[in-house]
Design a protein around this ligand. Structure first.
Ligand SMILES: *Cc1c(COP(=O)(O)O)cnc(C)c1O
Length: 818
């Protein structure tokens, strides 16, 4: 498929082939004739990285010398996905690459598929960070991504014979890391522990107990057709070989040595939790480690060679966006750096710090708001605890001066006293930065009205919204080349890749029968492709004459995979017992993709249930050709890139008021899938834009949920009211999906019947009812496709380029650099 409109770099295919050949000989140590596909991948990756690094030096120079404020995006996770095809696209080298590797006797897609996927994030939050660095570079904004290079990323998920999740370590670096460049010269010292003593003139002096060396690993982030190449700097921990003499404590020899030796543990593993924080010492070490290194890195970058830089200008050089609370320790760290390392007084330091930071909140679940024991912070970062307490004292004073009630002030404390004293990171972030944003309109509203209500009354202007987005380069152009070509043809231009609002131009084509037919054929071909991929990779045999219905996201009770699997069981039971007419059944293939946090028992049990429903259903001749369930393991970006373009119906069925935004929902809408969903997160805005008639809405809304909690929720009422639900639960309890064993799912069924915090039972009937509407629409392919086209046409808003533009105008007050 030759796309003549794609941007092209001046490097020719022949030049690229020569560079790859030279790399094969000089770096990989093989003659091109003997090279394997892995050699060609490794060589190409190095050549492309070298090629990009020239532009990256230029971008850095302009950033430091220029007068445009830069952005530092601080995130504990960057789920970047495979790099090669994205780098080629953005740099305008795709065609040359195809020519060059063909010349060497390889297929481009085989070379691309060789790359392992770095799993440096859990899910949505980490993927968002990756989309944002792509958009920052594409828009020409000088920016750094700052994060952690974990040696082991998110676990590789397998299923055992019983259908249980098994977590395997992810050795993603085993074949080398051509995209990451270790810049040892620019490493930073990060210290921990020890105590704080009085210095001269009332200064406080931190005497840390041990230090680690933070070494940057730089990934280049080429903008799409922007010429700008930004840097994603991920820190890795190394120990200092030499003794840290300044902090060496003879009476605690072992204590001084062991942490030194264990330094590398800090960046060894990504915490595999999603949506809930893990209060672990090592996690706090990770957080401080990358944030401290990043702040010092920014100072070094913007004041090169200066011994005593004038840091009053720091907020003009860079602003830091805190992606959730994980990097919030940066607030007291910058205070410490300004006061203790650069001699500033409190007020000056506070003024700079508040201007420098902004905070993105990603949750509504109160249990997911990060809280640290003050004692732990005191042990690991004693000076920071002092500073946090001072920030708290100053904040309480401010509240008192505003005449706020004592009990409200107590609720709002950043740090609480006593042996069980805590530090509330979301509050620290809110007070210590300029802006707080939620990630979808509904979420930002709920933050103001519920989660951070006290704070929004005191600082009404601090709160704003930036609805999440996804990059159209990776999630349309690369993942769905057929649709991309059709869009480009339909619009007569590929400008949409720069400005996704251009998709609106497809609206009239939704009524053009030949366009509708071609759009339908694209989906059809994508389904065939996915069936082939899933056959090769998972040994599934998928019937493509079925509706492709997908629910892919982390496994969490609030997301309600239970609702989907109960509906599948109910449908299965109905087919079996003849309560539906076989001819009236709309054949479906239901896809699940989901990892569960290793310690999350309920989520893991749900995975086991889904796998066993798949086993029973797929082996039952009675439903053959009507219903099948597939659970491809190890849901990651690669799977998303393959399944989303083939999906016709996507499931966004969280309990209203629990999903902050979602980004999977956006990827699906942009790929011509129709959504069945609740009014939650960004579903609200998707529905508003694509039109209520092109979105399958069901279920309780936020107010209904609140009312039901207040009135007292009894799931049994709903189970009794719907025999289909009753029967489905009975089947699970009776051992139908556990070889007759009645105990296997007892924890699940008992939760459904007695507790059901996320009200799956209460939404079941509405969910079953909307299926009728979905099926009726699907039976009219032209009508379905028309709606799918309108989903694409009206979803341009969900480009991460638009999100970044919102950050630029609402929060960062900076601009692209030309
Ligand atoms: C987009 C994405 C997510 C986020 O999905 P949601 O449905 O928004 O929760 C998670 N994991 C991967 C691999 C993704 O690509």
């Amino acid at each position: 498929m030759v796309d003549i409109t794609a941007p092209q770099a001046s490097l020719s295919a022949d030049d690229l082939r020569k560079r790859i050949t030279t790399n094969l000989q000089e770096k990989q140590g093989v003659e091109p004739e003997e090279a394997t596909v892995a050699d060609v991948y490794a060589a190409t990756a190095e050549v492309v990285r070298d090629y990009l690094s020239v532009s990256s030096l230029d971008a850095k120079k302009r950033m430091v010398k220029g007068h445009v404020k830069a952005v530092g995006y601080l995130s504990a996770e960057f789920l970047i996905g495979r790099q090669l095809s994205n780098a080629l696209l953005n740099a305008g080298l795709t065609q040359q690459f195809e020519g060059a590797v063909a010349e060497l006797g390889f297929k481009a897609k085989d070379v691309i598929a060789t790359e392992p996927e770095p799993g440096l994030g859990n899910g949505g939050l980490g993927r968002l960070a990756a989309c944002y660095v792509d958009s920052l570079a594409s828009l020409g904004v000088p920016a750094f991504g700052y994060g952690i290079q974990y040696r082991y990323g998110i676990f590789r998920q397998e299923f055992d014979d019983e259908g249980k999740q098994v977590e395997k370590p992810d050795y993603w670096l085993s074949e080398g890391n051509p995209w990451g460049h270790e810049d040892v010269v620019r490493s930073q010292r990060v210290s921990f522990g020890g105590s704080v003593v009085d210095g001269d003139d009332g200064a406080r002096v931190w005497k840390p107990a041990w230090s680690v060396r933070a070494v940057p690993v730089d990934y280049l982030v080429p903008g799409y057709d922007s010429g700008r190449v930004n840097t994603l700097r991920l820190w890795t921990a190394k120990s200092y070989d030499e003794f840290d003499l300044a902090t060496f404590n003879r009476s605690d020899y072992m204590g001084a040595v062991i942490p030194q030796v264990n330094a590398e543990n800090i960046t060894k593993v990504l915490y595999p939790e999603d949506s809930t924080p893990q209060g672990k010492r090592l996690r706090l070490e990770q957080q401080y480690f990358f944030v401290s290194a990043s702040i010092h890195d920014a100072i070094r970058t913007f004041y090169p060679g200066e011994k005593n830089p004038d840091l009053t200008t720091f907020p003009d050089k860079i602003c830091f966006q805190l992606n959730d609370t994980h990097p919030v320790i940066g607030i007291p760290e910058l205070m410490r750096v300004l006061m203790d390392e650069h001699g500033m007084d409190w007020d000056a330091a506070w003024n700079i710090t508040r201007k420098t930071f902004n905070y993105t909140c990603h949750t509504l679940l109160p249990e997911a708001l990060e809280v640290w024991p003050a004692k732990l912070i005191g042990e690991l970062l004693p000076r920071h605890l002092e500073i946090i307490r001072s920030i708290n004292a100053q904040f309480v004073q401010e509240l008192e001066s505003k005449g706020i009630d004592d009990d409200v002030i107590d609720r709002m404390r950043i740090a609480t006293d006593g042996p069980d004293g805590q530090v509330r990171m979301a509050y620290l972030a809110t007070v210590g930065g300029s802006y707080v944003n939620g990630v979808a309109a509904l979420h930002s509203q709920l933050l103001k009205d519920v989660t951070l209500k006290d704070f929004s009354s005191v600082y009404p202007n601090k709160f704003t919204n930036v609805t999440n987005g996804v990059t159209p380069r990776r999630f349309i152009k690369l993942a769905n080349p057929r649709l991309s070509d059709l869009i480009t043809e339909g619009l007569g231009t590929d400008k949409w890749l720069h400005d996704l609002d251009e998709l609106e131009g497809l609206v009239p084509l939704a009524d053009d029968s030949s366009f509708v037919e071609r759009f339908r054929k694209v989906k059809e071909a994508n389904k065939q492709d996915f069936a082939k991929y899933a056959s090769d990779k998972f040994d599934f045999s998928i019937n493509t004459n079925t509706m492709f219905d997908s629910m892919i996201k982390r496994l969490h009770e609030y997301k309600r995979q239970s609702l989907k699997i109960l509906a599948v069981i109910a449908e299965y039971a109905a087919i079996k017992d003849g309560s539906v007419n076989v001819d009236e059944i709309l054949p479906r293939s239901v896809f699940f993709g989901a990892k569960a946090a290793p310690g999350y028992a309920m989520a893991k049990l749900t995975i086991q249930l889904i796998n066993n429903v798949a086993r029973v259903v797929n082996n039952d001749p009675a439903v053959k050709g009507k219903l099948a369930v597939y659970f491809p393991w190890n849901y990651n970006i690669d799977l998303a890139e393959h399944l989303i373009p083939a999906t016709e119906l996507d499931e966004q069925i969280s309990q209203a008021g629990k999903e902050a935004s979602g980004t999977g929902n956006m990827k699906f809408a942009l790929n011509g899938s129709l959504t069945v969903g609740t009014l939650d997160g960004a579903n609200v805005e998707i529905r508003e834009r694509v039109g209520a008639e092109n979105f399958f809405l069901f279920g309780m809304q936020v107010e209904d949920v609140e009312k039901l909690y207040a009135d007292g929720y009894d799931p049994m009422e709903y189970v009794h009211a719907d025999p289909r639900l009753h029967h489905a639960i009975d089947l699970v309890a009776s051992g139908a999906f556990s070889h007759g064993d009645r105990d296997t799912y007892a924890a699940l069924t008992s939760d459904w019947l007695t507790h059901d915090y996320f009200m799956t039972m209460a939404d079941f009937t509405a969910y079953m009812d909307i299926q009728k509407e979905i099926e009726a629409t699907y039976r009219n392919p032209d009508e379905w496709t028309r709606k799918a086209i309108l989903n694409v046409a009206h979803s341009g808003f969900f480009s991460s380029d638009r999100s970044i533009e919102d950050y630029l105008t609402r929060i960062w007050h900076t601009e692209p650099q030309r």
